[in-house]
Design a protein around this ligand. Structure first.
Ligand SMILES: [Zn+2]
Length: 291
């Protein structure tokens, strides 16, 4: 039996609630583990603690670049091994895919501008906007997550217990997040490809017209800062969009689409003559999903 997870606000602990120590914090259920920074497993992550445990963490207030767990020496806080995409790290990826909100707790050891002076403070719900791997300050591979604070209007009004849905549709629907990026560039990429997936060629027909998704090769926003330009956008079907964003498929320098896990060739990227792709961004995509 997996641990039943509680996503969203915990009744009785509004944003700004403070805790003297990890024991108090764990008892509140806001963040249940006594030691780990991530409360999660491969089914999802419900909360994290940001408290300066990892040298690569960066806190911008409403946006946090968070380092996954594992591979560090708790005494020196330096990385001494590669991090794996398992346990809490896999949980944060699952929360990104499912749109689960993550409770963020800051500890006094974190960034001085955004952290409490002492103890721990619950700072609200964030969504996982992005994940990637990189080589950390100490030379080992780390997994990184970009968390973005949810607007108060996006927050579920009450605790969401996915193990026990309430009502016919279930409260889980309230937390589904879908990033919609309808920019002129994204629309142009779809039109140029006639709404056909550049990996599999599928063109989805719906009663109101064709449907495709625009996938930025090098992600927008911190820290990648990919451009919203045609040369950085692929037109994909929803399936291949998810596989591309999670690094399950990559495109090599010859334009061959491969299964990242097995290296098996899936096909050749279909490129319309009017839609030039910047292959340097595809290289960046491969590197940031190295496992
Ligand atoms: Zn496809």
């Amino acid at each position: 039996m997996p641990t039943p997870r509680t996503y969203g606000e915990i009744t009785g602990y509004p944003v700004g609630s403070t805790f003297r120590n990890r024991t108090e914090l764990a008892q509140s259920q806001v963040h249940r583990p006594l030691q780990g920074g991530i409360c999660g497993g491969k089914d999802g992550a419900e909360s994290i603690v940001v408290s300066g445990g990892y040298i690569d963490d960066e806190d911008f207030g409403d946006e946090i670049l968070y380092t996954g767990q594992g591979g560090n020496d708790p005494n020196t806080k330096r990385q001494i091994a590669h991090q794996q995409l398992t346990l809490g790290n896999a949980g944060l990826v699952r929360s990104q895919l499912e749109g689960y909100p993550v409770r963020v707790v800051r500890g006094a050891q974190g960034d001085p501008v955004h952290s409490p002076v002492q103890g721990f403070r619950y700072d609200g719900l964030f969504r996982v906007a992005d994940h990637w791997s990189e080589t950390g300050v100490d030379g080992f591979r780390i997994w990184r997550f970009r968390l973005v604070e949810l607007e108060s209007s996006d927050r579920p009004r009450q605790t969401v217990d996915l193990a026990r849905p309430v009502g016919p549709a279930g409260r889980a629907e309230a937390v589904i997040q879908r990033l919609i990026r309808s920019t002129p560039e994204a629309n142009a990429a779809k039109r140029l490809n006639d709404y056909r997936c550049q990996v599999c060629g599928l063109r989805l027909e719906t009663p109101t017209g064709p449907y495709a998704e625009a996938a930025h090769i090098r992600a927008l926003g911190r820290p990648h800062d990919g451009p919203d330009r045609l040369s950085n956008i692929l037109c994909l079907c929803p399936n291949h969009h998810v596989l591309f964003d999670t690094g399950a498929i990559v495109v090599d320098d010859d334009g061959i689409v491969r299964d990242a896990m097995s290296g098996k060739e899936i096909g050749k990227l279909r490129v319309d003559l009017g839609h030039a792709i910047n292959f340097a961004q595809l290289t960046y995509h491969r590197q940031t999903h190295k496992r």
